[in-house]
Design a protein around this ligand. Structure first.
Ligand code: NAD
Length: 256
C-alpha cells in the first residue's frame, strides 16, 4: 500500500502542484480543501492518471475538521507519512483600513489551521511510532514583512515560530517539521494580490507585475512545481536530518 500524504489547500495553486509531485513520488494523496469543486477535480485528475487519491472537504480553521481529516485519510489509505499545512488565505489592504473580520479569518486559517494540522499529524505519527514529516507553508513574508499584508506577514512569521517550536518538541519522536517560503508564485492567490495591490497603488496590473519582477534575481516568477520540488525534498529520506528550518524558494529575492 502507498504511503499517505495529506495536503491541505490542494484544490489549486501550490497545493495542487504538491499533490501532483508527491503522487509521482509514490504517495497516496489526500487532497484536503475547503472548496469541494476544485478539490474533487484535483483528486479526480490524479486518479485518472492512475494515482491513489481522494478528496476531503475541510476547513482547517476548525480543529475538529482537521483531526477528522487525518483519521479518515488513515482509514482510507493506511499510515500517514507526510502532512503538508499548505492551506492559506491572503488579503491586501493598508494596516489601518484592514477589516477586522478579514484579519480574524486570516489568523484562524493561516495560524490556527497550521497549529491544528501540526497537532493532528503529530498525534497520528506518535500513535504509529516511527516518525513522520510535517511541512508548513510560510512565505518570503515570514522573513521580511510586506506592506499591505500586515496580518498575512504576521501569520507567516507565526508559522515559522510554530515550525521551530514543533521541531524542537517532536524531534524525540523522529518527526521533522520544516517550512517553505515561496516568493512570487503564479496562482489564483497571486492574481488576486496583484489586482488589489495595483488598485491601491494606482498602477496597472502589468506595471505592478513588472515592478515585482525586477526584484527576482533569476528573472521569472515561480510556478507551483518549483515549490513542490522543495516540499518533495523535505518529505524525502534525503532530508531526514533537517528539522525546524524554513527555506526561501524565491528565485533570489532576499539573501540572508
Ligand atoms: P491559492 O489561494 O491559490 O490556493 C489556496 C487553496 O487553499 C485554495 O484551494 C483554497 O480553497 C484553500 N483554502 C483556503 N482556505 C482554506 C481553509 N480554511 N481550509 C482548507 N482549504 C482552504 O494559494 P497559493 O498561492 O497556492 O498558496 C498556497 C500557500 O502558499 C498559502 O499558504 C500561501 O500563503 C503560501 N504562499 C503563496 C505565495 C504565492 O506567491 N502564491 C507566496 C508565499 C506563500
Amino acid at each position: 500500500m502507498a504511503k499517505l500524504a495529506i495536503i491541505t489547500g490542494a484544490g489549486q495553486g501550490i497545493g495542487a502542484g504538491i499533490a501532483q509531485r508527491l503522487a509521482q513520488d509514490g504517495y497516496a494523496i489526500a487532497v484536503a480543501d475547503i472548496n469541494s469543486k476544485t478539490g474533487a477535480q484535483v483528486a479526480a485528475q490524479l486518479q485518472a492518471t492512475g494515482y491513489p487519491a481522494k478528496f476531503y472537504q475541510v476547513d482547517v480553521a476548525h480543529r475538529n475538521d482537521v483531526f477528522d481529516l487525518v483519521q479518515q485519510a488513515v482509514r482510507d489509505f493506511g499510515e500517514l507519512a507526510v502532512y503538508v499545512n499548505n492551506a492559506g488565505v491572503a488579503f491586501i489592504d493598508t494596516f489601518v483600513d484592514s477589516d477586522p473580520a478579514q484579519v480574524e479569518r486570516l489568523f484562524d486559517v493561516n495560524l490556527k489551521g497550521t497549529y491544528w494540522g501540526i497537532q493532528a499529524a503529530a498525534e497520528q505519527f506518535k500513535t504509529q511510532g516511527h516518525g513522520g514529516r510535517i511541512v508548513n507553508a510560510a512565505s518570503l513574508a515570514s522573513v521580511e514583512a510586506s506592506a499591505l499584508q500586515s496580518a498575512y506577514s504576521a501569520s507567516k512569521f507565526g508559522i515559522r515560530g510554530l515550525t521551530q517550536a514543533a521541531a524542537k518538541e517532536l524531534a524525540a519522536d523522529q518527526i521533522t517539521v520544516n517550512a517553505y517560503n515561496p516568493g512570487v508564485v503564479r496562482t489564483p492567490m497571486r492574481d488576486a494580490i496583484d489586482r488589489k495591490t495595483a488598485a491601491i497603488k494606482h498602477v496597472t496590473v502589468p506595471e505592478q507585475q513588472a515592478e515585482v519582477l525586477t526584484e527576482i534575481a533569476l528573472g521569472r516568477e515561480a510556478v507551483p512545481a518549483d515549490v513542490a520540488e522543495v516540499v518533495a525534498w523535505f518529505a524525502s529520506p534525503a532530508a531526514g536530518y533537517i528539522t525546524g528550518q524554513s527555506l526561501l524558494v524565491d528565485g533570489g529575492m532576499r539573501f540572508h
